[in-house]
Design a protein around this ligand. Sequence first.
Ligand SMILES: [Zn+2]
Length: 315
Amino acid sequence: MNRMLAKNGVLPALVFALVLWAVPAPLSASATKINVVTSTTDMAALTQEVGGDRVTVESIAKGYQDPHFVEAKPSFLLKLRHADLLVVVGLQLEIGWLPPLITQSGNAKIQVGANGYLDASQFAEILEKPTGEVTRAMGDVHPLGNPHYWLDPDNGRRIARGISQKLAELDPGDSAYFQQQFQDFDKRLSAAEQKWDAEMKPYRGRKVVTYHNSLPNFAKHFGLNVIGYVEPRPGIPPTPSHTIELIGLMKRENCKIILVEPYFDLKTPNSIAAQTGGKVVVYLPSVGGVNEVTNYFQLFDYDIALITKAFQETQ
Ligand SMILES: [Zn+2]
C-alpha cells in the first residue's frame, strides 16, 4: 500500500505537507509577541488574561513560594535578559531578591524607571500605608503599605487594566486587541465576583487569624475581620509570648479560624488550634500554590471554597 502510494506520488506529497506543517511559524510572527516576565504568578496570570496570544508570560517566583523570600537563580537572569516587559508587585515585596537580578540582567528595557518596567502597585488600592516615619528596624517587610493587594478582585481588575494599557503602549498595533481582552476579562471577573460575594455573604463579619498579614484586601472585599497574626510582625517568626497573647485573644473573641500561607511551618498554628478549639486552614495567596490553580479565577474559587467550608465546620 505504501509502495503504491509512493509510486503515485501521494506519499511524498503528504510527507512534504507534514514537514511544512511542522516548521515553526516564521520569525517575524513570533517576534511580534511581547515577552513578559513577572515577579510573581499572580501578575503572570493577570498579564496572560489581557495579553492573550500576543504575549509570552513567565513568572520568576513559583506560586507556592513566599514572595518576600525567593532564592535567586542564574536561570532567572536568562529570563530577564530577553524580557520586553517586567511586571512587579512592588511596595518592596521583592526587595530581598529582585533588584540585583534586574541590574545583572543587563537588559536596559526592564531597568527600574525604564519603559519596560511596570510596578503594578500603582494601579491598586493599597491598605496599611504608613503615615509616620518608615523604618525597617522592627523587621517589618511591609514598610510602604501592604503588598499582598492582588487578593481583592477589584484590584485584579485595576491591575489588569494597567497591564493592558502598558501592553498597548509597547505594541500600539495590537492596542485594540489588548483593550478587547481587558473588556472580556472585566466581564468574566464581574460575573465571578457576584458568585464569590454571594458565597461569602453569610460569613461577613466573621473573625479570623492569619499567619502572615497577607489578607487585608481580601478581608476588606469580603467583609472578614482579621483580628491577629501568628507572626508578631510581618516577616518575624512566632515568639512564645506573642503566641500566648494570640491564644488569649482568640478565646476572648471566639475566633476559630487560623489561615496559613502554604510556605509556613504548621507547628505553631496547630498548637494554637489545639488550645483554642480552632481550625488551621492552609489557603493559597497565589496562583500556582497547588497545581490545579492555574489562573486568577481558580485562585478565588479555591480559597473561597476552603474558607466557607471552614466557617461551616466551626459554626
Ligand atoms: Zn508580606
